[in-house]
Each structure stands twice: as structure tokens, then as C-alpha cells.
Design a protein around this ligand. Structure first.
Ligand SMILES: [Zn+2]
Length: 319
């Protein structure tokens, strides 16, 4: 561990979070600004530089005190070149983010990566991974994000276009995925996929408690868990099947990477042991060579909203 200071920036669809982070992954100070995603990229970068300046002012640091700025950005990010190729909801198109932010902030060392990768790095080194060197993190949200850490470093593939585990096929010709292809892990394991499975179960079992709760309150990612806690069999069956889908994906990652730990994040991970225990069992039972290899821990993410900021800062930790 060093006593250097870093800045982590986590760009989201609605806001941009920033924090001053020390070499041990602790956030010393954090702040956020709202984002106008349709503005030209140069203006968004100016806003981020303003956030950096405010973080420095609040902590009494000079820019010379900062060893680097790390940025996590949604979309397709070319880490090595510091370029955001494309971001779905924000106006980044081949934006040379690292270069622009370096000029605007006066801090030369700027590193960027995809936001799911940054969250994975933060959770692995300083959160639920408890310092593991090898991990896979899956984020079960609107989509499914995956981040892979091998020997303490993000594995992102050629031109950092890889680690898109949400789009592995778990069912040929199956459900339509957000990416336009069928049968992908994301189509089953995301909150969106769970909502679709819940909705289908309600249509099939209109007399179930699940259907009644859904009719009254609408359906979101929590609905099926609420009904299951009240003993509804239909809801329990939906969850069991859903966790088998999630588990199928986890076993694929586990067989390829054999990480020390699999970290489950995103809104659905708030269900805690209700999903973590069965997933843990599923992985233990279905992984190749289970009886001879060390066990793989399956844990829920712990840093929550801070994972992106800590992980982004950690992109600069070796410099
Ligand atoms: Zn897909």
C-alpha cells in the first residue's frame, strides 16, 4: 500500500460520482454532479474536470498530489488508448477521454475502463473479494455486466472489447437479448429477464399470490421475492428456475477462469442469502472437478455505489 492519493470517477446515466481515494482503496471524500447526457462530449468532460477541481479543493490537495485519475464509463471503452468508442446513453463517440481530461484537469495520468470492469476491480481488491487476485463479478441489473480479474488485473481482451459475459449463449434460440440476439445469459439473468419470467408466471397462474401482488403493485425485480417470502409456490418456482439460469452462467465463468471468488452485484444482489446460498450450492455442485479443486466462494457485493469510484481509482494504482 502507498500513501498516494487518486481520483476515481464513475460515470452513470444520470450522474457522475467522484471521490478522492487512497492507496488502500478508502474513499477520503466523495461528491457527485448531475449529467446532461446529450451535451457535446467536450462539455461533459469540462463538467468532470470541474468535479475533479472541487474534489481537490474540498480535500486541500494540489493536482501535483494526485497520482492519477481513473474513470469508469458505460459503453465500449478502449482502455489502452483512453478512448470511449461508444456509449449508448451518453454522447461519447470515439471520445479521446483520457487525453481530454488530462488537459482539462492538469493531471497527466488518466486511465479509463468500462464501468462494470471498474466495479469488478473495486469489489475484488477492496470489497466483497477481500483482496482476491482472481475473481469474476456479475452485475444483475437492467442488463448483466461482467468484470474479470486475473492476477489482480482486469482481463479485457483485444482492444479491451472482451469480458462481455452477459452475451454468452445459455439457451440456443431462446429469449431475445437487449443486444438483438437470442438466448444470451443477460436475457435470463438480468432484472429485465426476471421481470419477464415473473410476468409469464402471473399470466399462467392468475390465482397465485404472485399474480395478486403483481396486479396490485406492478412487477419489478423484487416482486417475485416478496411473494416467495409469503410462501407462494409459484413465486418460489420462478426464483428456483431463475437461479438455475444465473448459476449456469456462473459455472461457465468458473470453469474458464476458476476464480477464488464470484461476486454478485446489482439490484438483485440486495436479496442477499436468498440468492447467494442457492447460487453457491449450484456452483459447488456443477463445476468441473469439484471434488478435487478448492471451493469457489460466491458472495454478494459490499461496496455498492462506491465500487465504481474505488475501482476507477485502482486503475492507476500501479503507476
Ligand atoms: Zn446479448
Amino acid at each position: 500500500m502507498d500513501d498516494k492519493k487518486y481520483i476515481g470517477i464513475d460515470i452513470g446515466g444520470m450522474s457522475i460520482k467522484g471521490g478522492v481515494v487512497d492507496g488502500g482503496g478508502r474513499i477520503l471524500y466523495k461528491s457527485a454532479i448531475t449529467i446532461e447526457p446529450c451535451k457535446p462530449d467536450s462539455e461533459i468532460l469540462s463538467d468532470i474536470a470541474g468535479l475533479v477541481k472541487s474534489l481537490l479543493e474540498a480535500t486541500g490537495l494540489d493536482k501535483e498530489d494526485v497520482a492519477g485519475i481513473g474513470v469508469g464509463c458505460p459503453g465500449s471503452v478502449y482502455d489502452e488508448k483512453g478512448v470511449v468508442r461508444y456509449s449508448c446513453n451518453i454522447n461519447f463517440r470515439n471520445t479521446p477521454m483520457a487525453e481530454m481530461l488530462s488537459k482539462l484537469s492538469g493531471i497527466p495520468n488518466v486511465k479509463i475502463s468500462n464501468d462494470a470492469n471498474c466495479a469488478a476491480l473495486g469489489e475484488t481488491l477492496f470489497g466483497a473479494g477481500n483482496g482476491a487476485q482472481n475473481s469474476v463479478m456479475i452485475t444483475l441489473g437492467t442488463g448483466v455486466g461482467t468484470g474479470i480479474v486475473v492476477n489482480g488485473k482486469l482481463l479485457t481482451g483485444n482492444c479491451s472489447a472482451g469480458a462481455e459475459g452477459g452475451h454468452i449463449t445459455i439457451n440456443m434460440g431462446g429469449r431475445m437479448c437487449g443486444c438483438g440476439k437470442k438466448g444470451h445469459f443477460e436475457a435470463y439473468a438480468s432484472a429485465t429477464g426476471l421481470i419477464a419470467q415473473t410476468s409469464e408466471a402471473c399470466a399462467k397462474h392468475p390465482d397465485s399470490l404472485l399474480a395478486k401482488i403483481a396486479a396490485q403493485d406492478g412487477i419489478n425485480g423484487k416482486t417475485v421475492f416478496i411473494a416467495a417470502k409469503q410462501g407462494d409456490k409459484v413465486a418460489k418456482a420462478v426464483i428456483k428456475r431463475y437461479l438455475n439460469y444465473v448459476g449456469t452462467g456462473l459455472v461457465i465463468f468458473a470453469n474458464i477462469f476458476f476464480p477464488e471468488v464470484i461476486i454478485v452485484g446489482g439490484g438483485i444482489s440486495n436479496e442477499g442469502d436468498t440468492i447467494i446460498k442457492p447460487l453457491s450450492k449450484y456452483v459447488a455442485k456443477n463445476i468441473y472437478g469439484a471434488e478435487y479443486n478448492p471451493p469457489i466462494k460466491v458472495v454478494a457485493a459490499t461496496l455498492r455505489n462506491d465500487a465504481g469510484v474505488v475501482g476507477a481509482a485502482a486503475l492507476c494504482f500501479d503507476d
